[in-house]
Design a protein around this ligand. Sequence first.
Ligand code: PLP
Length: 460
Amino acid sequence: MAKEFSLTPKRVPRVDTPFRKIGTEIPVPQSLPILEKLYAYEPVAMRGQPPIVWDHAEGFQVYDAWGNQWIDWSSGVLITNAGHGRKEIIEAINRQASAKLLTTYCFPSEVRARLVERIAGLLPDPLKKVFLLTTGSETVECAIKLCRSHGLKAGGRSKHVIVSYDKAFHGRTLGSQQAGGIPVLKEWIVNIDPGFVQIPFPDGFRTPDTSFDLFERSLREARVEPQNVAGVILETYQGGSASFAPPAYMQALRQWCTGHKTLLVCDEVQAGFGRTGTMWGFEHYGIVPDLALFGKGISSSLPLAAVAGRADVMDLHPAGSMTSTHTGNPICCAAALASIELVVNENLAYNARQMGTILHEKLRALGKRFPQIGCVDGKGLVAGLACVIPGKKDPDGDLAWDVIERCLHKGLLMFSPVGLGGGTVKIAPPLVITEGAILDSVAVLEEAFTEAVRAKVAAA
Ligand SMILES: Cc1ncc(COP(=O)(O)O)c(C=O)c1O
């Protein structure tokens, strides 16, 4: 049973620092009618995030309407790379809306042309064609379609297998969920396509073997012939743990895919646009995939996503056969262009690297102090703390939940735990966060961990 935060207001100590302010019970009693309305009219599946009602958000901070203020370690869900509520993005949205062009379907627009040119210009060869969509899941669906179409052409109907990774998350639509590696999320599919195969991700923690042998061995064990693999898709880092594969593994995978006429797909929906300290997450591996998928941080705001790829792959389908109603919506394009300029001009990938160095050093020190932290992973401004039963690798979802709730009460906002057994405390602030705010928020995390561990020991 998935967890939910209680809607009973709780008295929490007052917080009043330059970055954080908490002066009410949490949830705020006056916010309950809003929360109750959401509970009444939305499916249960929409619940599960901390019960605070966002009023506005700026930079790396989120505010409610009752004077509370949090440092944001969520970026929504890794959306606001350029920061919340950036003036430049708001102005671009307003300008485009005032130009009286709110939608175009696939009819050409100048702003869409500018955006695809800008994205292609930033990406390395051969990722020079760009298809705009609305959500990350759609980019994954499109990648599956392109991999299978390419496979059909390169090897016939038997070349249709999509290899992906255990514990991966690629979205909640039928294809993207099948490419995911979290079995409980796929039970509803019932007749899962046997052409989707997951293998262990070489994270070095839960999968200690990080050699490329593991890839080939896993395919043999799954009785997959290499020539039948149409595509290999992976999150550039695994969202549930923030773990990366070793560069040597990825370089061998790149060679393997080229050798077998298999498309390599990096799902950069989380990793793109500076998050990991480089513009693209795949730069950490010294490789370029055949397809790269973007969403979330592409616009820091409105819904927009993109598939970028090799021209010969992107052009596999004829005119009019890869479209979507809101493809390249002009306002979303304007927002994305403004966000990308901020990420580039303010060198936010560099800031992510600098701030990430400070963050990760502090998190590693915390990991040494607490045997309940099994692993600290991530790069740049994404990190995952794996909460475990001490001495084991079993996830401790209750501890992760308690830590996040305590942080919420202290003015540090995260989304609910993610990853295996809900055991990962995930950290992903907007890339504009400052050193002062990083140090302040890490101190809050440390306090919350200390209290949560003490409470757990006392209850045992
Ligand atoms: C790596 C990755 N791919 C795809 C998706 C799906 O994106 P969306 O929720 O926009 O459909 C997500 C969402 O969390 C993601 O993290």
